[in-house]
Ligand binder design. Structure first.
Ligand code: GLN
Length: 204
């Protein structure tokens, strides 16, 4: 039976663990290389990307994860997790995984609207509902996006697919085994995106 993990140093890891439980996947909190080696897919939650990155380095998880990702290990980063996955972070040399070819701008929505909720929509033709592969495509469907001091994805590389967009900008992107969301799908009572990660990106 597959085992998923949620990086659990800081930030919103508890809600991701609950979501995984609700979709029926066994999951453990991950704080060590030992735990990382036991799992088949990893979620990196929102929180403070500098703090999470520093702790990943301190516990040796950064190096181990970078090497697993190169072998095809599936990772889903939300918000701070998306920042950690990005190859380029504007005006920052903070520790990162750096495996997803995109540029992000931290806290990009400014102070007045640091946090907001908005509908985000499917952009990628052919993305089907993960819970019903024979059903309608996601194209045009709305998802409830909760943005909390969210980054913006200001550039994506050629191999990166935009799965969901908001105001013309990518907010959920995929590059091979990596998925990144600038918002918090674990806070909306909707598990389509977790299922999409587990079933279609991770193949669990
Ligand atoms: N602003 C945070 C950062 O730059 C991310 C916010 C979040 O994860 N909700 O790390």
């Amino acid at each position: 039976m597959s085992l998923a993990g949620v990086l659990s140093y800081q930030g919103g890891y508890a809600r991701h663990l609950e979501c995984l439980k609700k979709v029926g996947v066994r999951a453990i909190p991950v704080r060590s290389v030992d735990a990382l080696e036991r799992i088949d897919a990893l979620i990196i939650p929102g929180g403070e990307s500098t703090t999470i990155g520093m702790l990943m380095e301190r516990f040796g998880v950064m190096r181990a994860l970078v090497s697993r990702i190169a072998d095809g290990f599936p990772v889903f980063g939300t918000c701070a997790g998306a920042i950690l996955l990005a190859s380029d972070i504007e005006d920052s040399d903070q520790p990162r995984i750096g495996a997803l070819d995109m540029t992000v701008r931290r806290n990009a929505y400014g102070r007045q609207i640091e946090s907001f909720e908005a509908d985000v929509r499917a952009e990628l033709p052919g993305v089907r509902r993960a819970d019903d592969p024979s059903g309608p495509e996601w194209t045009g469907e709305a998802f409830h996006g909760v943005f909390i001091r969210a980054p913006q994805i200001v550039r994506v590389g050629h191999g990166v697919q935009t799965v969901l967009a908001f105001e013309g900008q990518p907010v959920l992107v995929r590059e091979r085994n990596l998925l990144a969301a600038t918002f918090h799908p674990e806070l909306a009572d909707d598990h389509r995106i977790h299922r999409y990660f587990l079933e279609q990106v991770a193949g669990l």
